[in-house]
Design a protein around this ligand. Structure first.
Ligand code: 13P
Length: 254
């Protein structure tokens, strides 16, 4: 079995101006600048990426966006392309976040096109999957997640699959303070790895699977202790540089 390198990614969502991002970067780097045991990623709003590129250049912190277009370029008002993200030093991009699926009506077909485009361009997609409360209570969580994976990763070669990062984010745990128990989260991440093995057994072994949903400095160690959880996608608790640095420290303790 491969030892997978942990990834701790912050998703700032629609928070922080470029000025706020700059102060964050300074305080954050002071605390995490020496971390070598994990990949640290900040997924910032488009408008903050350029200043983060300048502040974090040659540091251990990687940059990511929260969405992108499936098109290379063209008449797509309001969209941002993979090349534009690379221009501001992004190496990761969150795709298929439940907030985009629910609020912006993104479908699995749209997400699959974005995943494919990100990989063609050399960006690492962080593909988010997860069930809502009704689906969990109906015992459908695993089927829902398996279907999302099947549709969103359709048609990828095994080599391409190896570049994908999966984030399991149960919708009922996002921003609610209700984290999935480490056991439930761990079981789902194992089920995800099992489902990925059907598409590519070698890829399934190397793909990092992150958990997201009310991850905090207090619960990260338990989550990371599960064999199939390789890291976290952190919303609210990534907004404060001191708190996020403490969370990262706890994640790497075990
Ligand atoms: P919270 O950590 O605020 O629950 O958000 C999780 C999330 O959606 C990360 O993408």
């Amino acid at each position: 079995m491969t030892t997978r390198r942990p990834i701790i990614a912050g998703n700032w969502k629609m928070y922080k101006t470029s000025g706020e991002a700059k102060s964050y970067a300074l305080a954050f780097l002071e605390r995490v600048g020496g971390v070598t045991e994990a990949d640290i990623v900040l997924c910032a709003p488009f408008t903050a990426l350029n200043v983060l590129k300048e502040e974090l250049e040659e540091s251990v912190v990687h940059l990511g966006a929260q969405n992108m277009s499936w098109a290379v370029e063209g008449a797509y008002t309001g969209e941002v392309s993979a090349a534009m993200l690379q221009d501001v030093a992004c190496t990761y991009v969150i795709l298929g976040h439940s907030e985009r699926r629910e609020l912006m009506h993104e479908t699995d077909e749209m997400i699959a096109k974005k995943v494919k485009r990100a990989l063609e361009a050399g960006l690492r997609p962080i593909l988010c999957v997860g069930e809502n409360l009704k689906q969990r209570e109906a015992g459908e969580a695993q089927v829902i997640v398996q279907n999302q994976l099947k549709k969103d990763l359709a048609g990828l070669t095994e080599d391409a699959l190896k570049k994908v990062v999966i984030a399991y984010e149960p919708i009922w745990a996002i921003g609610t303070g209700k984290t999935a128990s480490s056991q439930d989260a761990g079981e789902m991440c194992t089920a995800i790895r099992f489902a990925l093995a059907a598409a590519g057994p070698e890829a399934a072994d190397v793909i990092p699977i992150l958990y997201g949903g009310s991850v905090k400095a207090e619960n990260i160690a338990d989550l990371m202790a599960r064999p199939d959880i390789d890291g976290a996608l952190v919303g609210g608790a990534s907004l404060d540089p001191v708190g996020f640095a403490a969370l990262i420290e706890n994640a790497l303790k075990h």
